[in-house]
Design a protein around this ligand. Structure first.
Ligand code: BYC
Length: 316
């Protein structure tokens, strides 16, 4: 038996026994690569995800709403940073992951390529987008890679506040004037299908699921999480007195789940390939932010160098 096979077997046995894999442990190259891909995409999603909400900061309807939205967006920046740090433990630099985003090589969640057109979108994003994110991320708290799992625990706590603030905006609007209720319904109509697409392609089309489940990077398949999300969301939709834009949505007594209509996968892949409504604007905003932030990175590096040389002087 070659030593390589032995390492692989030991690795899989650890994963099967629910022992976390830590940065200095041996791991298959493909496991490392998959994690770098997924964690960096996740980090990029958090950072790009600040843009649709940032669009409404100056137009929030009250000081309280503005402060809450600002706090939520800052949380997302923090989530991005935890995740870039987790990614760095796998041996890739933060700068490289960011360059991969800016060059268009790395993906980020399709959902952030849709425009936020009204204040009600802040409600729908918090409720549905963060809601879908939590459904996925609660499972990731048990992912096999230690630094990713630990980052997720903290992120999930904050995401649940995000989801509640979004739903509360939807509650106020849907119980408000006819025009406000119409705004809430319009936001739900536009965000429902893109939120379902966040979970990724159907299991039969998902190239990574089988291996990621074996490595316990993913704990549920895309279709399982999508179904859980629909089942949890419909009672919330009903409570708001709104309806989802799906004429095929129906409770299936036998399955104990909601049946739902066909997702427009052509739209999904189109957005993933960079041709969604906002893809170009999102990347342009991130490139500009990166260029304009160059002096901050240079100053931080110079400061760190100066501190390190002072410490070295003292030691000498
Ligand atoms: N958008 O084999 P599959 C958030 C890609 S929430 C774009 O199933 P995997 C936030 C996929 O990358 C959102 N691309 O992939 C919330 C793959 O292409 P590559 C972020 C997508 O990885 C509120 C190909 O399609 N959450 O951050 O096994 C406010 C085939 O898919 C999408 C996470 O990232 C998509 N929706 O499963 C602010 C959670 N779906 O890479 C921020 C962590 C699939 O092979 N990630 N693709 O070229 C995951 O759990 C998994 O990566 C996914 C996809 C379930 C998303």
């Amino acid at each position: 038996m070659s030593p390589q096979i032995n390492f692989e077997e030991q690795f899989q046995a650890k994963v099967d026994a629910e022992i976390k894999i830590e940065p200095k442990d041996w791991m298959p190259d493909a496991y490392r690569k998959t994690l770098i891909r997924q964690i960096s995409q996740h980090a990029h999603s958090e950072i790009v995800g600040m843009l649709p909400e940032g669009n409404w900061l100056t137009r929030a309807p009250s000081l309280k709403r503005k402060a809450t939205l600002l706090a939520k967006i800052q949380d997302e920046a923090g989530h991005g940073l935890y995740l870039y740090s987790a990614c760095e433990t796998l041996g890739i630099t933060r700068l490289q992951t960011i360059e991969d985003l800016l060059s268009g090589k790395a993906k980020y969640s399709s959902i952030f390529n849709y425009p936020s057109l009204s204040w009600a979108d802040m409600g729908a994003i918090g409720w549905l987008v963060d809601g879908a994110a939590i459904m996925n991320q609660v499972a990731l708290c048990r992912t096999s890679y230690g630094p990713y799992a630990r980052a997720m625990v903290r992120i999930c706590k904050e995401e649940s506040f995000h989801q509640r603030q979004g739903y509360e905006i939807m509650m106020v609007l849907s119980k408000g004037s006819a025009a406000q209720k119409e705004m809430a319904q319009d936001a739900l109509n536009r965000w429902w299908w893109p939120a379902l697409m966040m979970f990724g392609p159907t299991d039969s089309e998902s190239s990574n699921t089988e291996q990621s489940m074996k490595w316990k990077i993913k704990r549920h398949t895309n279709d399982e999480l999508r179904q859980k999300f629909i089942d949890a969301s419909i009672p919330q939709v009903n409570y708001l007195g709104l309806t989802v834009p799906d004429k095929d949505l129906k409770w299936n007594e036998e399955r104990g789940h909601y049946d739902f209509g066909e997702i427009d996968w052509e739209e999904f892949w189109n957005v993933v390939k960079g041709n969604g409504i906002c893809n170009k604007a999102r990347l342009k905003a991130r490139r500009e932010a990166h260029e304009q932030g160059a002096w901050v990175r240079e100053a931080a590096a110079a400061y760190a160098e100066k501190r390190a040389s002072r410490v070295n002087e003292k030691v000498a």
